[in-house]
Design a protein around this ligand. Structure first.
Ligand code: CUA
Length: 331
């Protein structure tokens, strides 16, 4: 797989193919015009070299050529527009994970990658994913800035402390692929590496089932929600002093300031760590901050719990998540 000389890393995702096509186009255009320009430089250098007085011939002066000027304006313009439109297209594709993507959480820390599946499986410096299903990564860091880099999928995205970034890829080939940290993050930066395993769906199901049976992120979050006393105020059975969280995730939330924000991962995170930042309309600023009391991993669990509350009840007790991946696969 990694033997021999390769101009490009292996193409193991749909994005890798699309991105490489743009890159090849850029390279061809650049190479063609560089060659052309250098050829002309040498040609003219020789043709108009300094000559002895008796060898000189005086050419007729030129006074512009409209056709020529139009050609060297329009042709580069079109070539550039192709770069722009095509490049923007691939950029949008890379920045928008498909709706049916499976979610994986990534936490970077000096100097390791921790990955978490919604079903509860945790891995260190490894990530197992099924073939043929897009994967959306929600990433954060416990300390400094890292960068999650998987050359074969053409994914390289900064992982920042204090916020979530997302990246996605759609693997098209089973195999074992490199994972690097691509942002200098301290002494063992170069050792912050790992492997991505893209598995056949059936094999992936076996892997999921084979690991130590952990609880799902959402149920871990529910436990935390009880333990930390969140449930005392955020009640689901009757109106409490704090907003009922059922059906909140993914929806717009009206704030006391009159603004509306979307309840996404970043909003839930902020509401836990810095509750006074955004107060929901109709409520008081009474929640204490949980800064320092919950870890990044706790936060991910709580977010998954809040997400699970947003789903209609029949979906909540649908088949266990482990088999959900397999079912989508068979569509
Ligand atoms: Cu983490 Cu470099």
């Amino acid at each position: 797989m990694n033997s021999g000389f390769h101009l490009f890393p292996e193409q193991a995702s749909t994005t890798a193919q699309h991105l490489d096509h743009v890159t090849i186009y850029l390279l061809i255009v650049a190479a063609f015009f560089s060659t052309l320009i250098f050829a002309f430089i040498f040609y003219f250098a020789v043709k108009y070299r300094r000559r002895a007085e008796h060898e000189r011939v005086w050419a007729e002066e030129s006074h512009g050529a409209i056709t020529l000027e139009i050609i060297w304006t329009v042709v580069p313009f079109l070539l550039m527009m192709v770069m722009f439109v095509w490049g923007a297209n691939v950029f949008f594709e890379m920045s928008r994970p498909p709706d049916d993507a499976m979610n994986i959480y990534v936490v970077g820390k000096q100097w390791m990658w921790k990955t978490q599946h919604l079903e509860g499986q945790r891995e260190i410096n490894e990530l197992h994913v099924p073939l043929g299903r897009p994967v959306r990564l929600t990433m954060t860091s416990e300390d400094v800035i890292h960068s999650f880099y998987m050359p074969a999928f053409r994914v390289k995205f900064d992982v920042l402390p204090g916020r979530y970034t997302t990246a996605w890829f759609d693997p098209i080939k089973a195999g074992k692929y490199h994972l690097f940290c691509a942002e200098y993050c301290g002494t063992l930066h170069s050792a912050m590496i790992g492997w991505i395993y893209v598995m056949e769906p059936a094999e992936y199901e076996r892997w999921l089932a084979g690991g130590p049976a952990g609880e799902s992120l959402a149920s871990g979050g529910e436990k935390l929600f009880q333990e930390r006393g969140c449930a005392n105020c955020h009640r689901s059975d009757k109106p409490g002093r704090c907003p009922n969280l059922a059906g909140v995730f993914g929806q717009p939330v009206q704030l006391t300031t009159g603004q509306t924000v979307k309840a996404d991962e970043a909003y839930v995170r902020e509401s836990i760590l810095d509750p006074s930042a955004k107060i929901v309309a109709g409520y008081q600023n009474i929640m204490p901050s949980f800064q320092g009391l919950v870890t990044e991993e706790d936060l991910l669990q709580l977010i998954e719990y809040v997400k699970s509350l947003a789903k209609p009840p029949q979906q909540q007790q649908a088949t266990p998540p482990a088999t959900r991946a397999g079912r989508k696969q068979n569509r």
